[in-house]
Design a protein around this ligand. Structure first.
Ligand SMILES: NC(=O)c1ccc[n+]([C@@H]2O[C@H](COP(=O)([O-])OP(=O)(O)OC[C@H]3O[C@@H](n4cnc5c(N)ncnc54)[C@H](OP(=O)(O)O)[C@@H]3O)[C@@H](O)[C@H]2O)c1
Length: 228
């Protein structure tokens, strides 16, 4: 059985990931933000924790609580994130700070205590969600703060893979195109939704990364764009 931490579980992608992984041989320790409506109460093997992951101390205490309960954590899947439009000319310090806190620090606050745990137990997997502009040149300029904040995650995953590979720790970047969510459909009603990426396909990819075969991948960057 795999014990897995999932952050952002109540989000559009998070709910699909929880459904997919909870049907496998797992015990999930999921975090939700301020909008949790009891979505996981009926699922067995899913423990929910409401935490503000912008709070470093609360994030560390949460990881310690899970270690106390589960003894071993095999993986962390970090889905918290958010988008903001605007190019360089429209971006100020506050916009940048907001995006970096939401997209980078919420993952970093869980990554640090999990790496310490993985080092003690001889390995583990981390999965981050990037953005197309953060892994490709000539893209992302229309959402400057968002792209910069996601590129911090991309570089962190790269550095984790470099520093901790010999200790059995791997970081995977999942890079979706436009995810087919109700929020995106409302924002872009005239788009061709068939060109987007269903969240179930991303959940499937995450399940593969966590599988026995997926555990053998090194420095994985999985681009799931469909035609978006
Ligand atoms: N949607 C897209 O097209 C797209 C494309 C590329 C990449 N992505 C990335 O994919 C990931 C998931 O996207 P999504 O559309 O599923 O996002 P979403 O529906 O907005 O969900 C975000 C989740 O993060 C939680 N959250 C936000 N702030 C938090 C905080 N301070 N502490 C703890 N939890 C917090 C939210 O909880 P509450 O709502 O309960 O507060 C929610 O569960 C994100 O990293 C996003 O950047 C999305």
């Amino acid at each position: 059985m795999q014990n897995i931490i999932i952050s952002g579980a109540s989000g559009n992608l998070g709910q699909e990931v929880v459904q997919k992984l909870s049907a496998l041989d797992t015990h999930l320790f999921v975090t939700t933000g301020s909008h949790y409506k009891g979505e996981f109460d009926a699922l067995s093997g899913v423990d929910n924790f409401g935490i503000d992951l912008l709070d470093s101390d609360a994030s560390h205490s949460f990881v310690q609580k899970v270690i106390d309960q589960a003894e071993t954590i095999h993986a962390g899947v970090f889905l918290v994130g958010g988008y903001a439009p605007g190019g360089l000319a429209e971006t100020d310090d506050e916009d940048l700070e907001k995006m970096i806190h939401l997209n980078f620090f919420t993952a970093f606050h869980l990554t640090k205590p999990l790496i310490a745990h993985f080092k003690k137990q001889g390995g583990g997997q981390l999965i981050f969600i990037g953005a197309k502009g953060a892994v490709s040149s000539n893209q992302g300029d229309a959402n400057f703060a968002y792209t910069l904040s996601k590129s911090l995650l991309v570089k962190m995953a790269d550095m984790i893979n470099s520093e901790y590979e010999s200790e059995g720790i791997t970081a995977t970047m999942i890079v979706p195109g436009i995810i087919d969510t109700p929020v995106n459909r409302e924002a872009m009603p005239d788009a061709d939704f068939d060109k987007w990426v269903p969240p179930t396909d991303i959940a499937e990819s995450i399940a593969f990364v966590l599988s026995e075969t997926g555990q053998k991948l090194r420095q994985p960057v999985i681009k799931i764009y469909n035609q978006s």
